[in-house]
Design a binder for this molecule. Structure first.
Ligand code: ADP
Ligand code: MG
Length: 679
């Protein structure tokens, strides 16, 4: 059975190798195509000469058929070649059936029908493929916005060069209005960049020296120089493109099942054709049966839809890593949301400094900044930012280690430095318990980062961040979509978790979880039969994201996409993408269902009408493609799904009255499994 994994579908023609290279080969492709058109034309003309001879009795009946025979062989050659190749690989598909039909027609002396049949099959196939190319190109245009010329900066001069000359480290200049050719870090200049092609967000972002910028995005206002970090396929947009292509090629369990079913088409067609021949003694009918039964539409049902869905998702900055995650996202019934950076912005403001007795606030902030300077945690970034504004320069030197979900620890010239959650510091230095508790009461309701230096407890920095503007609306939308349970997991204190949880309206809160506890809770949910989607910031939720049926990491930048353990990566941090993803997944599932049903019905109708003689052979040659056309057209409707979503900023922003949800207190310090819904 042929694996129709690459679109445009490879069928009936011998030159199936040259689509795999995508757009680049088009010029070369057109050339090849022209040559084949000439062959088709000559073949068709020969058959027509025979027909004319027969009509006007211009030659002896036998002799008049010679041009048709040559034409049939000429036209059939392409079909035989690809069928032979398939058989050689032990796969059979519609190419085999179509070739067999032409062969049978030639063998029984029906040269004219054989030639016309082959002619229609080949020409219609080309037409179909050209249409499919068009659609495919449209998809590629979504992501291939990278210019192929770059302006390379060398010393004080610049020159334009083909993109191939740009290497990692090359300095590239991008003027206002141009698209970026590579991923890189800005070294000079300030500008606004529209990253909609990657993130789906219309609002441009400001960049300055040090900012990371991406190939395929548009520089709007100023000239910038950037140092190349990633080129071509390694660039973020390159990875996005390969994800979309991979979506078409991977075989999910469903696709394997479809292939199993399709496998039955060939023997069924052969047996039916043989029966028809035996019963009616009408070879043409038998040949017609072979021509119409074409499982290629069935094989295309899922890959085409997946590719289109991946492209639709990519436009909104949603990178789905495997088709199986898109399949799974359609059936989710439980959603676990991380708090920091997911439901909240993760942009903390330092609200209070609560130094321990005898410690100065500035000293506390200095020590906190020293400890957090190398951490990427939102709390750490915020503390360092606040310190900078207070003109505090983090001390250089020291060895630091991040302990996920707990804090950071390091050795510096002035001794051991620890910053992190209260429970962790208590574990490390039980002697400080009372002091920590006193400080905790001063930062009630805030997220606290406690600091200790050289065995001395310095106090805590109290921070607060804001709820995302659409968090509540998104949770409501999820419930509307039939999610049975929404849970909030956080490593933060219960008081903070509760405030967030109640205002967005989750069903359950799990506070003060360590990353491994989050993971265990998710595993328990999955084992309990829930179909779980976990949404996190991807900073220290890796194991949890991997344990869920679908893990979604928010706000990732290019290089994180590949390394992150989430099945779905969001290039932005817009929560509205979560319900969108579910809607897209469900729509894809629906479309694939339609495709499968239509492919089977179309094949059966063809089979019956061919067997009963209702379908003449020439019409059968066109009918051969009806299923493919339907499936491709139906699938590519998905590309437009969510078009109105792109660029718009206020999805699911909730304006309605605040709804209070029952909240269970489950501040689990031990490994308490969450009770799955309905258990
Ligand atoms: P969340 O579950 O809300 O995303 P995390 O698991 O990232 O939170 O962190 C849990 C808690 O651990 C934080 O509230 C904080 O107290 C502490 N923590 C984690 N990382 C750090 C860090 N780099 N610096 C200070 N505290 C940290
Ligand atoms: Mg987190």
């Amino acid at each position: 059975m042929a694996t129709h994994t690459s679109l445009p579908q490879v069928k009936n023609t011998p030159h199936d190798h040259d689509h795999e290279h995508g757009v680049e080969c088009c010029a070369h492709h057109e050339l090849k195509l022209e040559r084949w058109i000439l062959v088709y034309f000559v073949g068709g003309l020969l058959a027509f000469i025979s027909t004319l001879c027969r009509w006007f009795a211009l030659a002896d009946a036998e002799i008049s058929q010679i041009p048709a025979l040559i034409g049939a062989l000429l036209l059939g050659a392409g079909l035989f070649y690809s069928a032979g190749k398939e058989l050689f690989r032990g796969q059979w598909s519609s190419s085999t059936l179509a070739a067999l039909a032409v062969l049978a027609a030639i063998a029984t002396g029906a040269y004219e029908p054989a030639a016309y049949l082959a002619f229609i099959l080949l020409v219609a196939d080309q037409a179909l493929r050209r249409t499919a190319w068009g659609a495919r190109r449209a998809i590629e245009q979504l992501v291939q916005l990278t210019p192929d010329i770059a302006r390379i900066v060398e010393g004080s001069s610049e020159r334009e060069a083909p993109i191939e000359e740009v290497k990692v480290g090359t300095i590239v200049r991008v003027r206002a209005g141009e698209n970026l050719p590579v991923d890189g870090v800005v070294t000079a200049g300030k500008s606004m960049i529209n990253q909609a092609s990657l993130t789906g967000e219309a609002a441009p972002v400001e960049v300055e020296p040090g900012s990371t910028v991406y190939a395929g995005t548009t520089n709007i206002t100023g000239t910038i120089d950037l140092r190349t970090t990633q080129i071509g396929e390694d660039s973020t947009i390159g990875k996005v493109a390969s994800l979309i292509h991979a979506a078409e090629a991977t075989r999910t369990p469903r696709q394997l099942m479809i292939e199993q079913v399709a496998r039955y088409f060939v023997p069924v067609a052969l047996v039916t054709a043989a029966l028809v021949w035996y019963l009616t003694n009408d070879m043409e009918k038998a040949i017609t049966v072979l021509v119409v039964v074409c499982p290629s539409a069935l094989l295309l049902s899922s890959p085409t839809a997946m590719m289109a869905a991946f492209a639709a998702a990519a436009r909104l900055g949603i990178m789905i890593k495997q088709t199986s995650y898109l399949e799974a996202a359609a059936n989710i019934d439980t959603i676990v949301l991380d708090k920091t950076g997911t439901l909240t912005t993760g942009k903390f403001a330092v609200s209070r400094l609560a130094p321990a007795p005898g410690v100065d606030g500035a000293e506390l902030l200095q020590a906190a900044a020293d400890a957090e300077q190398h951490s990427n945690h939102p709390l750490a970034r915020s503390i360092v930012h606040t310190a900078e504004q207070a003109r505090i320069v983090p001390a250089s030197g020291g060895n630091f280690e991040e302990i996920h979900g707990r804090g950071v620890r390091g050795t510096t010239a002035s001794g051991e430095l620890v910053a992190g959650r209260a429970t962790w510091l208590r574990e490390l230095h039980p002697a400080n318990i009372q002091q920590i508790e006193e400080v905790e009461s001063k930062i009630e309701g805030m997220t606290g980062v406690h600091v200790m230096r050289a065995g001395r407890y310095l106090g805590a920095v109290g921070l607060e961040d804001k709820l995302r503007y659409n968090a509540k609306g998104v949770v409501e939308k999820l419930r509307e979509l039939g999610i049975r349970k929404t849970l909030l997991f956080t490593g933060d204190r219960f008081a903070v978790a509760k405030r967030v949880g109640v205002s967005v309206g989750v069903d359950q809160i799990e506070a003060e979880c360590l990353p491994e506890e989050k993971h265990d809770l998710i595993q328990a949910l999955v084992r309990g039969g829930s179909r779980v989607m976990m949404v996190g910031d991807g900073i220290n939720d890796g194991p949890s994201l991997a344990a869920a049926d679908v893990g979604v990491a928010m706000g990732l930048s290019g290089s994180d996409i590949a390394t992150n353990s989430a099945g779905v990566a969001l290039m932005n941090d817009d929560l509205s993408r979560i319900p969108f993803l579910m809607m897209l997944a469900r729509r894809s599932k629906l479309i694939i269902g339609q495709n499968i049903a239509a492919a089977i019905v179309i094949a059966l109708i063809g089979l019956i009408s061919a067997a009963t003689g209702a379908l003449p052979l020439w019409l059968a040659a066109f009918y051969h493609f009806v299923g493919d056309v339907f499936v491709i057209g139906n699938s590519f409707r998905l590309i437009r799904f969510g078009e109105d979503f792109a660029g718009s900023q206020d999805h699911f922003a909730s304006t309605g009255p605040q709804r209070t949800q029952p909240v269970q207190r489950r501040a689990s310090a031990s490994l308490k499994p969450a009770v799955p819904a309905g258990a």
